[in-house]
Design a binder for this molecule. Structure first.
Ligand code: ADE
Length: 249
C-alpha cells in the first residue's frame, strides 16, 4: 500500500538523497501465535474487531529501542492516525517537520484497544471529518506534507513558504503560457514586469480568494490596516452579490 506513493516524485528523491528515511513495520511481525493474530472481538460485544494492544506495543518498543535515549525523554512523537484525533493542518505539519523521528501508527478495522491511546501514543491526528477504512492513507498524507517541508526537499525553499496555508491564507492564482488561451487572457499586470505592483496584486488576490472560499481562515490571521480595509470592502461587495443571488432564487 505504501510502495507506490513513496516510489515517485519528490518523496522518492528525498529518500534517495538521504533527506528522510521511511521505515515500514507490519504489526503482524510482532505477534507470537500461529495465525499472527492482530485483532480480536470487542469485550461485551459490538460490531467489528479491535486491534490488540500487544503487537502494537511490541512494534513501537522495538522501533524506539533503536532511537537515542535523549530523544525518548518526551520528544519522540508517537502518533495514532484516527478520526478521533486533532485535525491535521499545515501548522501541525510544520511542527512535526522539526523532529528527528516520528512514529505513525495506522489504526484499522473498528478501532484500537484503548490502552494504546492511554499508555503508548503521545498524539492522535485526524486528516478530516470523514471516516476511512484505516490510517494508511492518513499516514501517507502526514508523511507527504511533512517531508516536503524538510530542508532541501523542494527545489527552492521559497516554494513552500509562498503557498496556500503557509501563512494561513489561500494562494494567489497562477498563470503560465500561452498568454491567450481560447480567448482567455492572462491578467495584464502579470505581464507588466512591475514587481511591486505584481506583489500588491497577488496579496489582494490572496485576501479576495480566502474571503470568498475560506473566510474562517481570515479570522485567524494578522492583516495590516490596508488589508483589513480591503477585507471590509470586498466583504460588503460579496454580501451584496449573495443577497442578489438569494433574491433571484
Ligand atoms: N482513520 C480512519 N479515518 C481517519 C481519518 N479521517 N483521519 C485519520 N485516521 C483515520
Amino acid at each position: 500500500m505504501f510502495q507506490a506513493p513513496f516510489s515517485f516524485g519528490i518523496l522518492k528523491r528525498a529518500i534517495d538523497q538521504g533527506l528522510v528515511s521511511i521505515n515500514l513495520h507490519n504489526i503482524r511481525d510482532y505477534t507470537h501465535d500461529k495465525h499472527r493474530t492482530v485483532d480480536d472481538y470487542p469485550y461485551s460485544g459490538g460490531p467489528g474487531m479491535v486491534l490488540k494492544p500487544e503487537p502494537i506495543f511490541e512494534a513501537v518498543e522495538s522501533v524506539t529501542s533503536g532511537i537515542s535515549a535523549v530523544e525518548k525523554g518526551g520528544k519522540l512523537p508517537i502518533i495514532l492516525l484516527t478520526p478521533q484525533g486533532r485535525l491535521f493542518s499545515q501548522e501541525i505539519a510544520r511542527d512535526l517537520s522539526g523532529y528527528d523521528h516520528l512514529i505513525l501508527i495506522c489504526g484499522r478495522y473498528e478501532g484500537v484497544d484503548e490502552r494504546v491511546r492511554q499508555h503508548l501514543v503521545t498524539d492522535e491526528i485526524s486528516i478530516g471529518d470523514y471516516v476511512l477504512t484505516g490510517g494508511e492513507f492518513p499516514a501517507m498524507v502526514v508523511v507527504d506534507s511533512v517531508v516536503r517541508l524538510l530542508p532541501g526537499v523542494l527545489g527552492s525553499d521559497a516554494s513552500s513558504l509562498d503557498e496556500s496555508h503557509s501563512d494561513g491564507l489561500l494562494e494567489y492564482p497562477q498563470y503560465t503560457r500561452p498568454e491567450v488561451y481560447k480567448g482567455w487572457e492572462v491578467p495584464e499586470i502579470l505581464l507588466s514586469g512591475n514587481h511591486a505592483k505584481i506583489a500588491g496584486w497577488r496579496r489582494e488576490q490572496v485576501i479576495r480568494r480566502t474571503l470568498e472560499r475560506r473566510p474562517d481562515l481570515l479570522e485567524k490571521t494578522t492583516l495590516n490596516q490596508q488589508e483589513r480595509q480591503l477585507v471590509e470592502q470586498l466583504g460588503s461587495a460579496l454580501k451584496q452579490t449573495n443577497t442578489i443571488k438569494e433574491s433571484s432564487l
